[in-house]
Design a protein around this ligand. Structure first.
Ligand SMILES: [Fe+2]
Length: 413
């Protein structure tokens, strides 16, 4: 093994161990009972995330590349495969919370076993480029699940009759929104990943796109602005809603963002720091595509396309962020990145000349390119180092347990 290989191996083991530790650290703020329930089909039990991310390393790396490896438990493949049909049958997603076994402690033992075997594999001298790629993918995959774990923990805690905080630290006072517009001219722009570092297949290839003149807001929509929308009775006015959105509002009696609570004439919000009065300056969070789109229409504006959003991101330098301990809530409406994922009006489809990952991993992203919308910009829960401006998040238009918000765009008059 040459020096470059050796340093990559060292970095992988360090990155791998740090990533694995972060997943279990995320569980240290809650009780064991919080790790096992599934209050709604789209929210997975937290212990399932701990096991599924482990299965990913076991099935894709150890089973194929560690000589003589025997799977830890033959039943785990079905239980912890998420959706890879090429890797065998998988448990129905809505039934993940029906399984009291394996227990959390058994899953921790499974994690430790796989961690030891990964270390053995990385210490062998004949590992190849495929293993390096799969290790990077496995780490990035687990980081995606770390954000999902925070989304799911928040939902799980919010459904309890007896409320619990995830994190006891305070939320700092939010910054005031400095409103302004960034203007971009008509022309050919480049979008898509340009880094030689790891990226997902759906961010590639980098390619040209033609944009007409557009303006995009330099600030995120705040709770205060969203409250005006709500107070104008916009949730009762079909004029602002897409047909499917209006149907969704009516059917589900939607009247406010997911975690807003009306209590004694005041608006409160359930956060990972507990229930707080709505901070009017904070970015609004946990709105669906339908709500984001209706808000934009109410303002006589629109959502940006994902291409416009990426061009905007590329023109902005990284904002100075004051780190005052852990803040698990968006507080800065002027930040460009990593506060709330912003809905774009772009359907999630493949880029020109898209090539999916190979083999079973063909199913990682490509098969979801139907009926979903792209979100850009990252959020506070996106792990450090995981985010890129070319990153394409995607969800169904009615989903809103994501840390999702709004950045407006408009056509210059
Ligand atoms: Fe996954």
């Amino acid at each position: 093994m040459d020096a470059l290989m050796a340093s990559r191996e060292f970095s992988f083991m360090t990155d791998y161990s740090a990533c694995r530790k972060r997943s279990t650290d995320l569980c240290s703020h809650v009780e064991i009972e919080d790790l096992v329930v599934q209050p709604t089909p789209e929210v997975s039990p937290i212990k399932w995330h701990l096991a599924h991310t482990t299965w990913f390393f076991e099935e894709l790396i150890l089973a194929k590349h560690l000589k003589g490896y025997v799977r830890y438990n033959e039943r785990y493949g079905e239980l912890f495969n998420s959706y890879y049909n090429a890797l065998g049958p998988h448990w129905i997603q809505s039934g993940r919370g029906t399984q009291s076994r394996p227990t959390v402690s058994e899953i921790i033992k499974y994690r430790n076993h796989v961690d030891k075997c990964i270390e053995i594999l990385l210490n062998t001298s004949d590992i190849n480029g495929e293993v390096y790629f799969l290790m990077e993918l496995g780490i990035n995959h687990e980081e995606q699940h770390q954000e999902l774990m925070l989304m799911d923990i928040k939902y799980i805690l919010s459904r309890n009759a007896v409320r619990a905080n995830y994190y006891e630290g305070p939320i700092p006072t939010s910054k005031r929104s400095i409103q302004g517009w960034r203007r971009f001219g008509e022309g050919v722009y480049f979008v898509g990943n340009e880094s030689p570092e790891f990226s997902f297949d759906n961010e590639n290839p980098r390619h040209k796109t033609y944009l007409y003149p557009f303006e995009i807001s330099s600030s995120l929509v705040t709770n205060g602005e969203y409250l005006e929308f709500l107070n104008s009775r916009a949730y009762s006015n079909p004029r602002f809603w897409l047909s499917l959105g209006w149907e969704w509002v009516q059917k589900n009696q939607i009247r406010n963002p997911l975690y807003w609570i009306r209590q004694e004439g005041a608006w409160l919000e359930f956060t990972l720091h507990g229930v707080r009065p709505i901070d009017l300056n904070s970015p609004v969070v946990h709105v669906s595509y339908f709500e984001a789109d209706a808000f934009a229409r109410w303002k006589d504006m629109r959502l940006p396309t994902e291409q416009e959003f990426e061009v905007f991101l590329g023109s902005e330098s990284w904002p100075a962020v004051e780190c005052e301990g852990t803040i698990l809530h968006p507080v800065d409406p002027n930040a460009v990145r990593r506060q709330v994922w912003c809905w774009t009006k772009s359907p999630y489809v493949s880029y020109p000349n898209f090539e999916s990952f190979q083999g079973a991993l063909e199913e990682y992203n490509g098969k979801f390119m139907c009926n979903q919308f792209v979100l850009k910009g990252g959020c506070f829960a996106t792990p450090e180092g995981h985010y890129r401006d070319s990153y394409r998040n995607f969800y169904l238009p009615e989903q809103r347990w994501i840390f999702s918000g709004i950045r407006l765009a408009k056509d210059p008059k």
